[in-house]
Design a protein. Structure first.
Length: 344
């Protein structure tokens, strides 16, 4: 009888409906300070992501070298390029700190690709860091490598392949500088942020988060589709546009809404949702999560081959941006502006 009762109990538990989302009025959320927001952002988000990007870029540089020396096939390079690009999109979706001061979005991901400048750079045959500094950003970075791996694949032991090696090494140098810069920010504790720096850095984070939403909505989705120029969609040549959208959105969404854990101050990422709830702004946080989830559904369904799905996603992103501008920024005591890192 006891065994039968146990079986019935297990069956009832398995058949029970999934537990509802946390009742935030009953869950204890710490009162996070602006410093907690910054420490969580750099220690648990940007520094680890920058380190991964550097590691991926190192693998890519070796793969390009192997290919250009005839040791590996072209696909041996294309895989590492995709992985490096995804790591870059996760880090750069919300461009803060060294990404801004180094103008890395232009250095690594200038768009649209300028084929004529790449061809000119190939003829120039630069060698080494100093020579690459004289090459304009439209002929460098991930888009230039995409052109050299897909649009006009560089054959081994050719000037084009030699240039691809220099582009990959230039990319590695930039990612190393980013990793060092973000690691320095991650080492700063809660007592290492002067008040004026806190105000500026939190303002930068919120502004660049809004800028990341807008960059995805307009430059990467709506503008190319409405203009009828799908070839200017991100990662069009490699056929990874949808993956690019997803990686960018995942990074933006991860900072917007709470995960499964509620970290103590200084022990994890502090999302905007947790920051709001820690201050008792549960009504705004609920509306915020609803808008984030609506955008999540639309972006997840966005397909560059079906423009209407991407335009639907762009509309949901526009709605989310409006809520951020109208209520999130004021709740975080941030003044929204514009920077050249926001995109065109």
């Amino acid at each position: 009888m006891k065994r039968r009762a146990l079986v019935l109990l297990i069956g009832a538990l398995l058949a029970a409906p999934a537990l509802p989302q946390p009742q935030w009025t009953r869950v204890a959320v710490p009162f996070y300070t602006p410093v907690d927001l910054l420490v969580g952002w750099h220690r648990f988000v940007t520094a680890p992501q920058a380190r991964v990007l550097q590691e991926r870029a190192q693998v890519l540089a070796r793969a390009v070298d192997d290919y250009c020396h005839g040791r590996e096939p072209l696909e041996h390079v294309r895989g590492p390029w995709r992985e490096t690009t995804t790591a870059w999109e996760r880090l750069s979706a919300v461009a803060t700190g060294p990404l801004i001061t180094r103008r890395s979005l232009r250095q690594i991901d200038f768009s649209p690709t300028r084929a004529n400048l790449i061809e000119r750079a190939i003829r120039t045959a630069p060698r080494g860091a100093a020579a690459m500094e004289r090459i304009g950003t439209p002929a460098k970075g991930l888009p230039a490598l995409e052109w050299l791996l897909w649009t006009q694949p560089a054959a081994p032991a050719t000037p084009a392949c030699a240039y691809a090696r220099e582009v990959a090494l230039d990319l590695l140098r930039e990612t190393q500088a980013l990793s060092e810069g973000f690691a320095a920010l991650a080492r700063r504790g809660r007592d290492d942020w002067p008040e004026d720096e806190v105000v500026a850095a939190v303002g930068e984070l919120v502004n660049q988060w809004v800028g990341g939403v807008e960059r995805l909505r307009w430059a990467q989705m709506e503008k190319p589709l409405r203009a009828g120029t799908p070839q200017t969609l991100p990662r069009h040549a490699s056929g990874t546009t949808a993956q690019s959208w997803q990686a960018h959105w995942a990074a933006v969404a991860a900072q917007a809404r709470a995960g499964a854990e509620v970290p103590a101050p200084g022990e994890g990422r502090v999302t905007f949702e947790l920051y709001l709830r820690g201050r008792g702004l549960n009504d705004l946080a609920d509306r915020w999560v609803t808008a984030v989830e609506a955008a999540d559904r639309r972006v997840s369904a966005a397909d560059p081959k079906t423009p209407s799905t991407a335009l639907d996603a762009a509309q949901a992103l526009a709605d989310l941006k409006r809520l951020a501008e109208a209520e999130l920024a004021s709740a975080l005591e941030v003044r929204l502006g514009f920077s050249d890192a926001d995109g065109d």
